[in-house]
Design a protein around this ligand. Sequence first.
Ligand code: SAH
Ligand code: SF4
Length: 373
Amino acid sequence: MDDTSKTNLLNLDQLAMQQFFIELGEKSFRGTQVFQWIHQHGVTDVTQMTNLSKVCQQRILEHCTFDVPQIAHDQQSVDGTRKWLMRLADGNNIETVFIPEDDRGTLCISSQVGCALNCTFCSTGAMGFNRNLTTAEIIGQIWVARKALNDHDKDSQNKKITNVVMMGMGEPLLNYDPVIRAMSIMMSDHGYNLSKYRVTLSTSGVVPKMYDLAKDSECALAVSLHAARDELRNELVPINKKYPIKELIAACKMFFADQPRRKITFEYTMLKGVNDTMLDAKQMAVLLKGVPAKVNLIPFNPFPDTKYECSERDHIVRFKNILVNAGINTQIRKTRGDDINAACGQLVGNFVDRTMRSKRILEKRSQGVAAHA
Ligand code: SAH
Ligand code: SF4
């Protein structure tokens, strides 16, 4: 049997793993044991899975693989942030970021190779899109990061990765099933045992999928708002033309309707002279009335050839105060890892763009150079 006809066990959530082991002629609990070896203990060498019979080990060797991304590049910021470029089996590369803080360690993972949505202030969007990640490639980012941080098999009080945010490359709700499966492995007590409050999916507003997500996962939700009126949001977050603000807010009101203590985080990137007036803040306060909301203001992180600049610091503080005075819990996100391009919206990986978007940008760039020469 060649490797392509084998099953990569990193693609299976706990239930699928049990089912798979029944098909292999084993009892379902063997599936749970292997699941624990992989995700709890970080072990993928079958001979080290000491509670399995020799026959079972042999069956696994014959029918299964344990494929995870490979680290192609490892960078560390002066502030302790780590960024890994991870190479996938097809040669594409994605980025994963670890952000250590005093009371937590957050892993920011990618859900797609690039992104098809083209938000105007995001460098991932500008690079175009190649393909969706598999469950194994999504959960594999945690598996690999834990290895690199030597974070496997510690008692749960001392874990380095305590939170996961789906805020790397890609729009997670446009890669729905693999993302749901990967998040279930993160939250499983036989997997990474992260609580539902510590696994956050961030979406730019794929409204119909938000209704599915409310049924299929208990994860926390972040919504990339960036503008409180359709005219401006259509420009910044083009998917708004398909799912306008009114529909987005209705989906947000539904999302935690049966969990009244939970709040949605609204992300708002501060773009100087574009979406940062005091009127914008007031409109946002009105929009979020009656929505279980907290707000994260993100200082814009620049990237080559962007037309945007970040709002001034004291301006961001004034914007924040308007929201706070309207009773909305609002934080200004600390920029981390910008010296290694690991901050929000700076992740680009290294891949073949299928949308031709990056080619158009390069052409524009070279025409610009010619014009200035
Ligand atoms: N596609 C998803 C998740 C990935 S983007 C989404 O859009 O929500 C994660 C967050 O970074 C989003 O809120 C996004 O709007 C923000 N972001 C993108 N580019 C940025 C930039 N250049 N500076 C600051 N934040 C940015
Ligand atoms: Fe895609 Fe999110 Fe970037 Fe928009 S902000 S282009 S949805 S990754």
